[in-house]
Design a protein. Structure first.
Length: 226
């Protein structure tokens, strides 16, 4: 599980970067003994700003406030749970959406307002796509981004390494068959941008998918499971 820390600094305003006209990335947080991670703020025309994943600390809260705050926060899985869940809700009055299958772990940190159990498109335009495999409740999210582009938030289910695409398989923790099934599910969508939760040095968390390459990327990730 990732461990966040609470810390405030004046430099937070400069640390949030814009990766698309309606998508913002918080500062990098390095999990002790684990991966690197960001949280992402999607600012759709509806004004219901959505924070995907979880920041490692509160250093960027002022900037997020300037961008319109956070209406909802969506977790992809239990590894993103930590003390920042309660801090985000307290600062912005946001509602937490998270996998029901991992409620026990997540709710040791904060109450889940909306428990996610099935594939559906919710009233904020977020397509909830359960993809258990990396963890029992791993969930991906698909949203309509700027200028007709589609953003897919994959959590740790699928991520890019310097040498290509892989699943977030962890021996003794993840389920290979579940991840294979998750890749089959992701084959039913066509993202223009893929945003993972964890990432490794040399391969940032945001990746633009060239036309006609998505199925090839999924096949590469599937081959890695063998």
């Amino acid at each position: 599980m990732r461990t966040e820390t609470t810390h405030t600094t004046d430099t937070g305003i400069a640390a949030v970067s814009q990766v698309a006209p309606d998508l913002w990335e918080t500062r990098e947080f390095v999990v002790p003994g684990g991966p690197r991670t960001h949280a992402y703020l999607w600012t759709p025309p509806s004004g219901q700003n959505i924070l995907f994943y979880s920041p490692g600390n509160d250093q960027d809260f002022d900037r997020l406030e300037q961008l319109g705050g956070v209406t909802r926060q969506y977790l992809s899985h239990q590894d993103e749970a930590g003390p920042m869940l309660r801090a985000v809700a307290h600062r912005f009055g946001s509602r937490l959406h998270a996998p029901a299958a991992e409620a026990g772990e997540i709710e040791t940190h904060a109450s889940i307002d909306v428990r996610l159990t099935e594939r559906t498109v919710d009233d904020a335009g977020v397509e909830v796509i359960p993809t258990p495999g990396h963890s029992p409740g791993s969930t991906c999210y698909l949203v309509p981004g700027h200028d007709g582009r589609t953003y897919l938030f994959t959590g740790d289910t699928l991520l890019r390494y310097p040498d290509g695409w892989r699943t977030g398989y962890i021996p003794g923790y993840s389920d290979k068959d579940g991840l294979r099934a998750a890749l089959d599910i992701l084959a039913t969508v066509q993202p223009d941008v893929v945003v993972s939760s964890a990432f490794v040095a040399g391969a940032p968390g945001v990746h633009h998918v060239a036309p006609g390459t998505w199925q090839t990327h999924l096949a590469q990730a599937r081959a890695g499971l063998s």
